[in-house]
Design a protein around this ligand. Sequence first.
Ligand code: ATP
Ligand code: MG
Length: 371
Amino acid sequence: MIVNKLIIKNYRNFKEAEADLNDSLNIFIGENGQGKTNLMESIYIASIGRTFRLNSESELINFSENKSSLEIHLTKNNYKIKIEIQLEKNKKKQVFINGVKLDKTSEMIGILNNVIFTPDDMKIIKGSPVERRRFINIDISQIKPKYKYLLNKYKRVTTERNMLLKNYHTRCENKDIIGIWNDYLVNTGTEITLYRNEYINKLKKYSTDIYFSLTGKRERLDISYYSNIGPVTDREEVKKLFYEKIKKNFTNEVLRGVSLYGPHKDDLIIKINDKECKYFGSQGQQRSAILALKLAEIEIIREEAGEYPILLLDDVLSELDNKRKTYLIEHIKGMQTIITSTDDYELNSLTKDFNKKLFYINEGKISSILD
Ligand SMILES: Nc1ncnc2c1ncn2[C@@H]1O[C@H](COP(=O)(O)OP(=O)(O)OP(=O)(O)O)[C@@H](O)[C@H]1O
Ligand SMILES: [Mg+2]
């Protein structure tokens, strides 16, 4: 899959902008605050239908406008595909694929696969388990359409079950129906747990090798899945453990009025040389661990979708030492990549022998410099 063209209208600080992309490397240079991350975000939205930043949809529309649109032209298995996204203040976003309006945004997932790496991704290591679950959820959703459905269902189940737990002693009918909600919780929660376990095992397989090479065979990265249900094996065993947990801790759940066990409490444990990276990793080691996870993600998407995703590297090179920069640049050869940076000198010398296209971004305007 190759992204050929972007047309951006009234999106963030872009009024009208267009870019014809090269099928390998595309470098976007711009000073701070000119629109580099906004550009990355526009491609990301065409991939999964929402932003990676903490904005509401209407905040994506240019401050002085009411409507915005994004058009992404891509080639996939020799077919031309046009993804269009229309945003309008106080209205639901509309997505069109080759002119046909989608009923649900989730239907667009899987058309344009992407892996994005931004300085903000450090929160995957430094942040709370919520950040790591978010990372895992977005990744799995891109390759397993059913997963997103399960997550939404699980959220509804826990909300409903928590209500029942809160009013357990005051509403006697709750005693009759809690069993049904326990079944929903265990059944949906088990499926999510199994999807995560499978994904994390793959992530572990690829990221360990990548990190080992990245550090010149000096350091070992080890990631593992933490579930408060217990060790994850097969479906029946997970269900059995899950039922045991909620049975044993039911009084406590009623007392607290919340569901205490299940994938909403999961975490991803990231260790370097057997020490937890969050607490003992240096800044550079933490960055490298994220880089290894992102590069592993690329391999998983290639394995699942049969083609490489587009790689979005937002201003991350400056954060890596020379060896790691070179490793990253060598690693992305052959993948369609968009890199942003404030400095063209270093990027140009690192990618001397690449087939590439260079753009400048200035005050939301894109200009192509050379082919
Ligand atoms: N809805 C909006 N309408 C107009 N401008 C916006 C909107 N949302 C954000 N901006 C502006 O877009 C500008 C560019 O933001 P962006 O994050 O893309 O910069 P950048 O080039 O990535 O900068 P840096 O190098 O600092 O990361 C910012 O000044 C921001 O205020
Ligand atoms: Mg930026």
